[in-house]
Design a protein. Structure first.
Length: 180
């Protein structure tokens, strides 16, 4: 069922993001403090509440039943808040920074690409939530849903890597490489 494939995809994204934050709480805390409201987290230990929320949402997305719909709504709110934070930083002139939403907390991403990606995730999630609410049957996770969710994650990773590489090539050409 396409609904649970998207839920598995979002769960994988949330788990990947949470894992990086959990492994490097001090680095994530530094990143978090650059966002509006990020100063509420006074220590790296308090910043671990964010990956804990991501893990909870990811588990809810694959739990099944009505929990999936609630977790999907929560994931949309979580992604929406992150998108607003990225857009706020973009509006204030930051175009490239470590956003804390990927698997690598050291990588600096384009704010515009991050906003675009998140808006696509929000759109996909909203359509999925509407379909889930319209479905009267109890949804149960199947192995095919997991496989499709992981395939979507891999496709998203390839697309993001291609965007990063294209940007690097553009910068290389602009620098006046003798090979261009």
């Amino acid at each position: 069922m396409l609904i649970l494939s998207v839920c598995c995809f979002l769960a994988c994204l949330l788990l990947r993001s949470a894992w990086a934050k959990w492994r490097q709480p001090a680095r994530f805390w530094v990143i978090l403090r650059h966002y509006p409201g990020g100063t509420w987290f006074q220590t790296p230990c308090q910043a671990r509440l964010v990956p804990a929320a991501e893990i909870s949402l990811a588990l809810g997305l694959v739990w099944g039943g009505s929990v999936t719909a609630v977790a999907l709504l929560g994931a949309l709110v979580f992604i929406g808040v992150g998108t607003v934070g990225i857009a706020w930083r973009l509006y204030h002139g930051e175009t490239q920074f470590a956003c804390g939403c990927g698997g690598n907390l050291e990588a600096e991403d384009s704010a515009l690409v991050s906003c675009t990606r998140n808006l696509c995730l929000l759109t996909m999630g909203m359509v999925t939530l509407l379909r889930l609410m319209a479905t009267q049957a109890v949804v149960r996770l199947q192995p095919g849903d997991v496989a499709a969710g992981v395939a979507l994650l891999l496709a998203q990773e390839l697309l993001m890597a291609a965007i990063v590489q294209e940007g690097r090539i553009r910068k290389w050409k602009a620098a006046g490489s003798p090979h261009t």
